[in-house]
Unconditional design. Structure first.
Ligand SMILES: Cc1cc2nc3c(=O)[nH]c(=O)nc-3n(C[C@H](O)[C@H](O)[C@H](O)COP(=O)(O)O)c2cc1C
Length: 254
């Protein structure tokens, strides 16, 4: 088992770098680890079959790792440029592309990943406004194109003037590293997801029936098809909202 850290920050020994090292420390208890400081590389995109030794070197490291830990701060409301440039340049290699330009997961499929980001904004501000969402979304988009499976997100807020990680954050990083280093042949969250789906549907059916009972006070719903039609409509709106929340909006923010 090999865990690779990938840092995309201006300061290798800053808060982002320290959290990356905490995760690698946890992983190192059972796995081998290595890390790349992207700022040390002059990363350029591939062009017309021209040699690109820098991307070749990074690609070899990525192929050799079972788990990738991407760490990059929020700069100007988005993912740091150092990390973004790497993702943009590596885009042509993260997947195969079919005749209509769709990404088809290839050599990196089923590897696992952890993402780390941080911001000056406080926990409550980030919770309300989602300062770190764009950074996570950009990394997720790239990694899911390659068919990688997400393990965890880590967020550090209130980083202004921060020199060291709080003990709780250090412990969180090491715990995530230990968990990430456990051998996973495949995404073993499948059973958990089916259980979550069951409870999601049970709660939504209950809420839908409650809403329908309320509507029934205003509009008679004694006709079977009227009852059925309203049920489907309300259930659909709830399902769409909850799926949107869990797949698009919800990121760790504190
Ligand atoms: C150039 C630059 C731009 C930043 N932009 C933002 C920002 O828009 N919002 C924010 O909350 N923090 C911002 N930060 C703070 C970083 O996200 C990060 O939390 C901080 O630099 C600490 O990480 P480091 O020690 O790894 O550099 C910025 C920092 C830098 C250096």
């Amino acid at each position: 088992m090999h865990v690779l850290g990938i840092l995309g920050s201006h300061q290798p020994d800053g808060v982002t770098g320290k959290m990356l090292q905490a995760v690698l420390k946890g992983a190192n208890e059972t796995a081998t680890t290595d890390w790349i400081n992207l700022a040390d590389y002059e990363i350029k995109p591939d062009h017309d079959n021209q040699p690109n030794p820098v991307l070749d070197k990074l690609e070899a490291k990525l192929l050799a790792a079972d788990v990738w830990v991407l760490a990059a701060p929020v700069y100007l409301g988005s993912l740091s440029g150092v990390m973004k440039n790497f993702l943009d340049c590596f885009r042509s290699r993260i997947a195969r592309y079919n005749a209509v330009g769709e990404a088809v997961p290839d050599r990196f499929k089923n590897k696992h990943y952890v993402t780390i980001t941080d911001c000056y904004a406080g926990g409550i501000e980030n919770y309300v406004t989602g300062v770190t969402d764009a950074a996570f979304k950009t990394m997720d988009k790239f990694l899911t194109m390659g068919g990688l499976i997400k393990l965890r997100e880590i967020v550090i807020t209130h980083t202004w003037g921060m020199q060291t990680l709080a003990p709780a954050k250090q412990a969180e990083g090491e715990r995530v590293g230990r968990q990430a280093a456990r051998k996973k042949e495949r995404d073993d969250n499948t059973v958990k997801r089916y259980i979550e789906l069951f409870f999601m549907i049970a709660v939504m059916a209950l809420v839908t029936m409650g809403i329908e009972a309320g509507i029934g006070q205003l509009v008679p719903l004694h006709n079977f098809w009227a009852y059925y039609g309203v049920f489907v409509l309300v259930f659909y709106v709830l399902l769409a909202s909850i799926l949107h929340f869990f797949t698009v909006v919800k990121h760790r923010r504190r």
